[in-house]
Ligand binder design. Structure first.
Ligand code: NAD
Length: 477
């Protein structure tokens, strides 16, 4: 049985209800979570406020950094344990689960070093005045986290918030809480005072909604679907609570005829099969210059046919999807594509050892996907790559920008001028040229435009979002 972690102590929910924890590799329940409600959220927010007002506000930035570094080290010491937890909870192949644990180590390392580097400015003003700005924490920040990368998203969101001097109440996704409960215990061991890091598990419409509505929350960091992002904004707008939204994507990989295909293809494949395609920044659209479209699809098709899918512990190319409804969602996209006559180039294989009750989906490459088809417009959140061709730079830009999203774009070309022209013209929060960072890069500011959200997390930039600026003007004559 798992518990909330509030004020450095395990707590049961006042709902007296639990949520089963399902292993995506076999579809079987193996644990239970507390089904948190508004009363549990209120308890956590009060604990956080008490901590902020009485203890946290007296801790220096340098000491906060040391605390965060101790936590980074502890997470490192427990990386294998955390990876094993995440593997079973989320169905992550071993390599991915380990990478997530190590990214969490790195987030806390990065933000540990950033704590005492954040400062305001002195400003020129009238004669006889001194004016300066302070970067102040919001206070109690709320963090609503999705199931696809719990540790990584906790690292970037909670890591940034703590570094900027906030205390945190976290509502992980109901499908993926276990690693974060463990990390909160490690935070207590690292010396974080009671109330600095609190975890309340539960459903989005109950605990998540209560967190977004709570009057004691001073800032909300939400990572999840555009649909819920809209709800969060509406709820937050009522009390003018600032929000950072990290939403979905339909990110293009744009390949020109002069690209180094030997370098591009493994990254194009990884960008869509990593985490079974359940990555907000997955490279889910492939735009290829006409003259190399056929040979490139042939090479890619061969590579897709060789991909193997199976239980997380087998550590194959692809693990299971998170849950049955996600598997059904992917099937719906593929059956719509079939009805529309969209050709399948190739797909991978689910291994015989995979239990029938697991949520497996073979990676699938489709070609000539019409730009307005939902496969080219909506987030599948599964290992499905939609390919189409373009004739020149202008058409590549038009196709790249032809969705509601704008999170990440990949550009593959050896032409330096084109690299810069394309990077400027593509509408997205990040552009990778001759590489692709699906989820990577602790140091790199990350976030979207359009329906991919607003605000930036990761990197030093995140600290500006987790603080508010106060201007102090002193007239001294
Ligand atoms: P989701 O929006 O369903 O859930 C995300 C979180 O919101 C969960 O913790 C959930 O419990 C909570 N939630 C659900 N309804 C809520 C409500 N009414 N009020 C408050 N909280 C609520 O998304 P998901 O299915 O968990 O994750 C997949 C989505 O997240 C995809 O669209 C993906 O692109 C996006 N995502 C974006 C990023 C990014 O950084 N841009 C990263 C990961 C995932």
């Amino acid at each position: 049985m798992q518990f909330h972690y509030i004020a450095n102590a395990p707590r049961t929910s006042s709902s007296d209800r639990t949520i089963p924890v399902i292993d995506p590799s076999d579809g079987q329940p193996f644990d239970e979570l507390q089904r948190g409600n508004a009363a549990d959220i209120d308890l956590a927010v009060r604990a956080a406020r008490q901590c902020y007002d009485t203890v946290w506000c007296k801790i220096s930035a340098a000491e906060r950094g040391r605390m965060m570094m101790r936590l980074s080290n502890l997470i490192g010491e427990h990386a294998e344990e955390l990876a094993a937890i995440e593997q079973r909870d989320c169905g992550k192949p071993t390599k991915q689960a380990r990478a997530d644990a190590l990214a969490l180590v790195r987030y806390f390392e990065f933000y540990a070093g950033a704590c005492d580097k954040l400062h305001g400015d002195t400003l020129p003003y009238l004669d006889g005045y001194s004016v300066f700005t302070w970067r102040e924490p919001h206070g109690v920040t709320g963090h609503i986290i999705p199931w696809n990368y719990p540790m990584q998203i906790f690292g970037r969101s909670v890591g940034g918030a703590l570094a900027a001097g906030n205390v945190c109440v976290v509502k992980p996704a109901e499908d993926a809480c276990l690693s974060l409960i463990r990390v909160a215990q490690l935070a207590a061991q690292a010396g974080f005072p009671a109330g600095a890091v609190n975890i309340v598990t539960g459903y989005g419409h109950e605990a998540g909604d209560a967190l977004a509505r709570h009057a004691g929350i001073d800032h909300i960091s939400f990572t999840g679907s555009p649909k819920v992002g809209t709800l969060i904004q509406q709820v937050a707008a009522v009390r003018h609570c600032p929000v950072t939204l990290e939403l979905g994507g339909k990110s293009p990989q744009i390949i020109f005829a002069d690209a180094d295909l030997d370098a591009a293809l493994p990254m194009v494949i990884n960008a869509i099969v990593q985490n079974a395609g359940q990555t907000c920044s997955a490279g889910s659209r492939l735009l290829v210059e006409q003259s190399i479209y056929e040979p490139l699809l042939e090479r890619l098709g061969t590579a897709f046919s060789n991909l193997r899918v199976g239980p997380a512990a087998m550590d194959l190319d692809v693990g299971p999807l998170i849950r049955a409804s996600q598997q059904q969602r992917v099937w719906d996209f593929l059956s719509d594509a079939q009805v529309a006559g969209i050709p399948v180039v190739a797909h991978g294989q689910v291994v015989d050892e995979a239990p029938e009750t697991g949520f497996f989906q073979a990676p699938t490459l489709l070609r000539d996907v019409p730009v307005m088809h939902r496969l080219a417009q909506e987030e599948v959140f599964g290992p499905v790559l939609a390919a189409m061709s373009f004739k020149d730079e202008d058409q590549a830009v038009e196709l790249a920008n032809a969705t509601q999203f704008g999170l990440v774009a990949g550009i593959w070309t050896r032409d330096g001028g084109r690299q810069l022209r394309m990077a400027k013209r593509v509408r997205s929060g990040q552009v990778f040229v001759n590489n692709y960072g699906a989820g990577g890069g602790v140091e790199l500011p990350f976030g979207g435009v359009k329906s991919s959200g607003y605000g930036r997390e990761k990197g030093f930039e995140a600290l500006y979002g987790f603080t508010t600026l106060k201007t102090v003007a002193i007239r001294h004559g």
